[in-house]
Design a protein around this ligand. Sequence first.
Ligand code: FE2
Ligand code: FE2
Length: 155
Amino acid sequence: MGYLAHNVEEHDKAKKLAKKIENSKDDKEKRELFEEFYIMIYAHHNAEEEVIFPVVKNGLTKEDELDVVREMIEEHSLGAYQFSTVNKTFLENETWNAKFSTLLEVLDHHMEEEESQFTNLAKKVLSKEEDEDLLKKFETAMSKHEKDITMRLKA
Ligand SMILES: [Fe+2]
Ligand SMILES: [Fe+2]
């Protein structure tokens, strides 16, 4: 398997976890699931920016195509901003669900564009072997970022 197929699988995992958070009626469970979600998305976005986007960007020359990659990064920033907003809010606060659902709107939009526009460009740029090689590098980067963020959250 290559990164591009794996990306869709990971997005699906994130969507399932988000549903669980939305449906959770237990604050302790909800907090733990949210932390798991945060770690997953943080590591996923950072690994994409480190390993995937530069390679795809390198293979592109047209400005409108480069803009698609630039937009992926901007959407990650938007997600990170909304994540910090949710993080700063107590679960007991009446706005928590609204803040979380806004975060999901940002992430859903991003995943949709990454799986369509970005993936179409990446398929033009990457050979099957490169796509497979990127998955290995992506997974190494993800584990590193998962460890980093977990340590920071526990600190
Ligand atoms: Fe992704
Ligand atoms: Fe992404």
